[in-house]
Design a protein around this ligand. Structure first.
Ligand code: DLL
Length: 433
């Protein structure tokens, strides 16, 4: 089923006027309502009347994660707070999170794009969805929830974790669809086997897996293990959360809902568009959002794009699976982690050095583990063991409270972490995705 045939299957040329009108409207809206953006546009020498059609998009300046950081918490909002119905956050690069706000109309838009997403994955009204993305400040849980309600699914708001309970819900309620991170569904298989269950006998027929990178190899493993169709869902909080792009059953790229989230693919070094089909950074303009509309937002995700019509009938372009990032963000258990967040914590703790390394590992059937090696000053290292343990514990607690993910901390002697002449190697990722 295709939720919004008019937009998802339109002849691309016919959408050009819609793109142009929407771009003009959103630039005018932002210019009138957001002083920070107005200043940014003024600096770039652009006024709304310069934007006559979609081809003028490239006249606009980019918006970056740094803009989100300096505008903390609300300065990038283009609607007043009394019009904001919901606020979510995701990881920022240092101390503060990235904040996003939704007006009532934005929540309707979210429900609409998530209904398109779930249909694209193969859901039919009347199906039961077990939603094991985290509910709360993370956008995954509520995003899937709103879409499920919009398209007439029965939703089990299981949230993430409590694996035995997840499996019991699956056995007793027989949901046809599961949504969670791809690493979590593999982890659940181990637990299922320990409970004496055969994962291939599960009621789940379709999985909507994303929020973290995963390969086609991992897809094969999930599909074989669970006897399920494993589809990829992509999104980011700054744009809306989940609901930016989704694979259909052909699994040949993720359909991006370009009538509302207009994509460009650029070379991150030159900022120029890449040739069609080449990999580059995905840049998105939100055409209709009001809470926090963004012009040419640099996602830092590397993808390629395919404008050919898909066998499913949709004409919306398809982005590839995410091939990497332009920055050093890693995703652990679905949570975004920037090395700079850890650095920020360490700099505030006496006795530690700004030399550290993050080791990420995933043992078969287990969830990702994050270990942080931290160099400490000579005099601290020769201290009593109980002082070292106390320091380790302090660092662990502070890092966990900032990242929102369990970590192990190991203090190491001065000068034991490899030094680099160029970019320090902060992350050692040992996971096979
Ligand atoms: O992860 C939104 C989401 C929720 C997407 C549920 C899918 C399902 P953030 O926490 O802001 O939002 O993280 C966004 O996660 O820029 C990508 O780097 C990464 N990411 C999201 N989906 C995928 C995916 C949510 N399917 C960041 N494959 C993005 C690879 C993904 N990376």
């Amino acid at each position: 089923m295709i939720w919004n045939k008019k937009m998802e299957c339109a002849v691309p040329g016919d959408l050009k006027n819609i793109f142009s009108d929407r771009l003009k409207d959103i630039v005018e809206f932002i210019y009138q309502n957001n002083p920070l953006y107005k200043e940014k546009l003024d600096k770039a020498g652009v006024v709304p009347s310069d934007i006559k059609n979609i081809d003028d998009l490239s006249k606009l300046p980019f918006t970056t994660k740094d803009d989100m950081r300096i505008s903390y918490p609300f300065k990038l909002f283009s609607s007043p707070l009394n019009k904001i119905s919901e606020i979510h956050v995701s990881s920022g690069t240092t101390g503060n999170p990235t904040v996003v706000g939704y007006t009532k109309d934005d929540l309707k838009l979210w429900a609409e794009v998530m209904a398109r997403t779930l249909c694209c994955a193969g859901a039919e009204p009347g199906d039961i969805l077990q939603n094991a993305y985290g509910y709360g400040l993370f956008t995954g849980g509520l995003g899937l929830h709103y879409g499920a309600l919009e398209m007439g699914l029965t939703v089990i708001p299981a949230s993430s974790g409590q694996t035995k309970r997840q499996l019991k819900l699956m056995m007793d309620f027989k949901p046809r669809i599961l949504s969670c991170t791809p690493s979590y569904v593999l982890y659940m298989a181990e637990e299922a086997r320990e409970m004496g269950l055969d994962p291939r006998e599960s009621s789940w027929e379709i999985g909507v897996f994303g929020a973290e990178p995963w390969s086609d190899l991992m897809r094969n493993e999930i599909e074989d293990t669970w006897n399920i169709l494993a589809t990829d869902i992509y999104g980011l909080s700054e744009i809306i959360g989940p609901g930016v792009a989704q694979e259909c059953s052909y699994k040949d790229g993720l359909h991006i809902f370009w009538d509302v989230f207009y994509p460009e693919i650029i070379n991150p070094d030159t900022d120029e568009p890449v040739e069609d089909g080449e990999a580059g950074e995905l840049v998105v303009t939100t055409f209709t959002k009001q809470g926090i509309p963004l012009l040419r937002y640099r996602t830092r995700d590397i993808v390629s794009i395919n404008y050919q019509k898909c066998r499913c009938g949709r004409t919306s372009p398809r982005i590839s699976k995410i091939k990497g990032r332009t920055d050093d963000m890693i995703i652990v258990r679905g949570i975004n982690v920037f090395p700079s967040q850890i650095e920020h914590v360490l700099l505030g703790i006496e006795g530690t050095q700004p030399h550290y390394q993050i080791v990420v590992d995933r043992k078969s059937g287990e969830l990702d583990e994050l270990e942080i090696l931290v160099e400490v000053e000579e005099k601290i290292f020769s201290d009593e063991i109980k002082h070292l343990r106390a320091l380790e514990e302090k660092i662990r607690k502070e890092i966990e409270s900032v990242l929102g993910v369990f970590v192990k901390v190991k203090l190491v002697e001065p000068k034991t972490i490899e030094r680099s002449m160029g970019k320090a190697k902060r992350v050692v990722d040992q996971r096979v995705l």
